[in-house]
Ligand binder design. Structure first.
Ligand SMILES: CC(C)(COP(=O)(O)OP(=O)(O)OC[C@H]1O[C@@H](n2cnc3c(N)ncnc32)[C@H](O)[C@@H]1OP(=O)(O)O)[C@@H](O)C(=O)NCCC(=O)NCCS
Length: 157
């Protein structure tokens, strides 16, 4: 459920440190080796040529999550068909299960439809039950498994 004090905003270049901190906190338990440096955040999100939306969630002024949406070009690091959307979602542990991921999706879905995306891919580890349940709750359906990963897809209305 969403809360009072929750605000969504588009990310900009000034948010590199904010995104890095969220990424570090959100992935610490599932991928502690993940590179969350400023240069990685810039490469992966802020200056990525496929990036079409990047929303930050603030709870009482604190940045607690972000969601990324790309339009896949070919070739791409995710092996996603050309023009599909690619989503990534991150909420810091202290703010999980408060509806923040769902509120981010409301913004991202709106942007995806506005941009004419037909299908969005969410790829995560098969062992990441929180992410699988989260994406399923949003309407994504499993469509493939590859090694340690599972892919889910959302077909835009
Ligand atoms: C996946 C993630 C973004 C979900 O964010 P969130 O703000 O906690 O999600 P919400 O509170 O909006 O949850 C919406 C629904 O998703 C499901 N869900 C979310 N987290 C869950 C969990 N840990 N266990 C089971 N179901 C979960 C539930 O159905 C939930 O609805 P409910 O709380 O009413 O039961 C967050 O857990 C996260 O950042 N995880 C670490 C990073 C990651 O793995 N990202 C995904 C890979 S890109």
């Amino acid at each position: 459920m969403t809360q009072d004090g929750l605000k969504m905003r588009a990310a900009g270049d000034r948010d590199v440190g904010v995104i890095s901190k969220i990424l570090e906190a959100a992935t610490r338990a599932i991928d502690p080796q993940r590179d969350v440096s400023s240069s990685e955040v810039i490469k992966l999100y802020l200056s990525h040529p496929d990036q079409i939306a990047l929303f930050i969630a603030e709870l009482d002024g604190d940045a607690v999550g972000f969601q990324s949406l790309k339009r896949a070009s070919v070739p791409n690091m995710y092996d996603v068909p050309k023009h599909w959307g690619v989503i990534g979602s991150y909420v810091v542990p202290k703010a999980m299960r408060k509806g923040i991921g769902s509120a981010l999706w409301t913004e991202t879905k709106c942007e995806a439809i506005h941009r004419g995306l037909t299908t969005i891919d969410a790829t995560t580890l098969k062992t990441n039950h929180a992410a699988i349940t989260y994406y399923t709750a949003l309407g994504f359906v499993p469509c493939a498994t590859e090694m340690s990963r599972i892919r889910l897809r959302y077909d835009c209305p």
